[in-house]
Design a protein around this ligand. Structure first.
Ligand SMILES: [Zn+2]
Length: 108
């Protein structure tokens, strides 16, 4: 049981102009980019030395090697904010757009 405080995140403006998620994760103040990472983005963030977190209902959960494998921790993976280094589009988790059947009929 950890005695370190974790708080829910709040949107905040970074001095660089980016919107960040600000919260306390196990006693440490964290500003994270409000962008869910896909697997490639997660790997890229780790290789770049950026801490990664799961965004949960109660706040940010730091992902260490044990927690990274723990499927019980749900929620999107986000990375620590770095000014002027936004998450590139191909590293963002994109929800699948709904499939619209093209029947070539006029829909009215
Ligand atoms: Zn910034």
């Amino acid at each position: 049981m950890s005695h370190l405080v974790t708080t829910a995140v709040r949107p905040k403006a970074c001095p660089c102009g980016a919107l960040v998620l600000a919260g306390v994760a196990e006693g440490l103040h964290v500003w994270a980019d409000p962008v869910g990472l896909n697997r490639a983005g997660w790997v890229a963030a780790i290789l770049a030395g950026r801490e990664t977190y799961r965004l949960t209902r109660t706040g940010l959960v730091a992902l260490d090697s044990d927690r990274a494998k723990d499927d019980r921790i749900g929620g999107p993976i986000v990375a620590r904010h770095k000014c002027r280094e936004p998450i590139p589009p191909h590293h963002r988790e994109i929800s699948t757009p709904p499939q619209i059947e093209n029947t070539k009929e006029i829909p009215f």
